[in-house]
Design a protein around this ligand. Structure first.
Ligand code: UDP
Length: 251
């Protein structure tokens, strides 16, 4: 029988990040209780903001995306939603790396090579960033990832790239179905401590993806906050409403 929300009780705070708080789950050492906060940060928390309902919207978007991915055979840490802005997830051994996939050049890589933002790529680009706030999450090469022991061997980096490209294919379809182009995104992975299986973790939201309206090219993601474009809350809520109805029409 599948577990129910009432089977779980929130435990102690383990960690508070920029957008989420993580708690233990009483009597379930293999699970985590994640709470999505209303806060919004950019540039490694140098710019701070928030909007009402953001935690609930991002919790829902993440869970819709993870459930859609699961239907397409891509597994994540998601177990179930609880309340308005919380989630039960599997407790994983997280890899100290952020994987970015780009379909269109924008943000840091466009700037680095002086490409015009919006330049489409012939094939998706995968990049690794070392997850270390004090270093500002720097870009790392495969060899640097091995030096830093992010993983132990090259084949694991290849596995990460393959998994990220699988996520990309599914997300292009899901967001494409609501008229949004997936420009780029950041994801994180962990391993199940028992089976060693690689699972998608963290979140997939307008905080971690660039999403542009296919027709108007309007930005529907955290760049609205980073670049003071206005209507941040409205954009996140629109992505949420559209994804929810796309999901409901599929199930
Ligand atoms: N991203 C993220 N967290 C980070 C850095 C990047 O979620 O710490 C996302 C970002 O929202 C974008 C993609 O990863 O969708 C690529 O970001 P980029 O490297 O272009 O950096 P940025 O321009 O956001 O600084």
């Amino acid at each position: 029988m599948s577990p129910r929300a009432t089977d779980f009780e929130k435990g102690d705070l383990i960690y508070e990040g920029k957008a989420k708080r993580l708690f233990t789950v009483q009597n379930h050492p293999d699970l985590i209780w994640q709470e999505f906060k209303d806060s919004l940060t950019a540039f490694n928390a140098q710019k701070k903001g928030s909007f009402e309902n953001k935690g609930a919207v991002n919790r829902d978007i993440t869970s819709l995306v993870f459930r859609f991915l699961a239907k397409q055979g891509v597994r994540s840490h998601w177990v179930m939603d609880i309340g308005d802005c919380e989630q039960i997830t599997r407790r994983l051994t997280m890899l100290k790396v952020e994987v970015v996939v780009r379909n269109v050049l924008a943000g840091s890589t466009a700037k680095k090579f002086q490409f015009e933002e919006g330049t489409p790529l012939e094939r998706p680009l995968t990049e690794f960033y070392y997850k270390e706030d004090v270093l500002n999450d720097p870009f790392i090469s495969d060899e640097q990832a091995l030096m830093l022991k992010v993983v132990s061997k090259q084949s694991e980096l290849d596995e990460l790239k393959r998994a990220a490209l699988d996520v990309n294919r599914v997300l292009i379809e899901f967001f494409g179905g609501i008229g949004l182009d997936l420009i780029d995104f950041k994801i994180e992975f962990g391993r199940d401590p028992k089976s060693g299986q690689l699972l998608l973790a963290d979140e997939i939201t307008p905080d971690s993806c660039r999403l542009w309206d296919r027709v108007t090219r309007e930005k529907m993601d955290k760049d609205r906050f980073r670049r003071d474009l206005g209507d941040v809350k409205e954009s996140y809520e629109k992505v949420h409403t559209l994804l929810k109805s796309a999901w409901e029409s599929k199930v």
